[in-house]
Design a protein around this ligand. Structure first.
Ligand code: A3P
Length: 293
């Protein structure tokens, strides 16, 4: 991939973005959500694809078992604000979804989510991941996908992460914004990547109950196996190997799927600086993360 093909980081409504996520803004903002739509919202690299796969299987595996081995996840769960070359826009894909409910993915911070989702009282599933692993995963992802700005060195990237100079803005505001929303909007289920790693079965059960589904333990067991890291890594409909803008020679999409991988990348000095900055940024929230399990 040539560095010249990389988009610039732009200031968009006070949030850093890349044009691939703002080019269709008018249609994104006036997107008409339906009451039974389910919005899967995350800061990048929090396990969006993982939870998207879980939801798709929970809703549709019984009626269309071939879906998860025949349709790429990015078609089953459209990325609302995305406008990628040679692909229909996220809004078009969402509008054309034939499923009920429609599962829709977004990375938008809470204040930029199209208002119809709130007006229709749609269920929202938010997944958060600890900042350190998010930064490491986002760095590797930025290296391998040319739809994001050039990440520079790991040190540059980490500094930019702390400064909020990331596509979709600061991690800190993103995770806290949805956390605050949850205090008044009861249809928001807030999940943690670390909990899913620790006990996928339990998280699937919680999710299923939030969605009002009466799945049998046996089905959930089967589903849990389908979404195991190794199974998803092998599944070309879940591992993004059919998505042309990723260079798997640089890094696979299904990279490690671990909690605590940050320890392999943060130097002692980076960790100290990050922690001091982190506690300052997060001092006013009750939101807590685990950086190891
Ligand atoms: P790593 O880069 O740390 O491996 P997103 O889907 O939001 O882009 O998140 C991608 C991250 O979730 C990647 O993290 C990926 O490996 C991890 N992931 C995806 N599916 C997973 C699974 N089934 N089990 C564990 N981690 C998973």
């Amino acid at each position: 991939m040539k560095p010249t093909s990389r988009p610039e980081l732009i200031d968009f409504k006070g949030i850093y973005m890349a044009h691939y996520f703002t080019d269709d803004w008018e249609n994104v903002q006036k997107f008409q959500a339906r009451p039974d739509d389910i919005l899967i919202a995350t800061y990048p690299k929090a396990g969006t694809t993982w939870v998207s796969s879980i939801l798709d299987l929970l809703f549709f595996h019984n009626i269309a078992p071939e879906r998860h081995t025949s349709l790429p996840i990015f078609e089953r769960v459209p990325f609302l604000e995305a406008v990628f070359p040679e692909m229909p826009t996220g809004v078009d894909l969402a509008d054309k979804l034939a499923t009920t409910p429609r599962l829709i993915k977004t990375h938008l911070p809470v204040q930029l989510v199209p208002k119809s989702f709130w007006e229709q009282n749609c269920k929202v599933v938010y997944i958060a991941r600890n900042a350190k692993d998010s930064a490491v995963s986002y760095f590797h992802f930025s290296c391998m996908v040319d739809l994001l700005p050039d990440p520079g060195t790991w040190n540059d990237f980490l500094q930019n992460f702390m400064d909020g100079k990331m596509v979709f803005g600061p991690w800190y505001d993103h995770v806290c914004g949805y956390w605050e929303k949850k205090q008044t909007y009861t249809n928001l289920h807030y999940m943690f990547f670390e909990d899913i790693v620790k006990n996928t079965r339990h998280e699937v059960e919680q999710l299923s109950s939030f969605l009002g589904l009466s799945t049998q333990a046996e089905e959930r067991e089967k589903l849990t196996k389908f979404v195991h890291f190794d199974a998803m890594k092998q599944n070309s409909m879940a591992n993004y190997s059919t998505f042309k803008r990723m260079d798997f020679k640089i890094s696979p999409f299904m990279r490690k799927g671990k909690v605590g991988d940050w320890k392999n990348y943060f130097s002692v000095a980076q960790n100290e600086q990050f922690d001091a900055h982190y506690w300052e940024k997060m001092k006013n929230t009750t939101l807590q993360f685990h950086t190891e399990i």
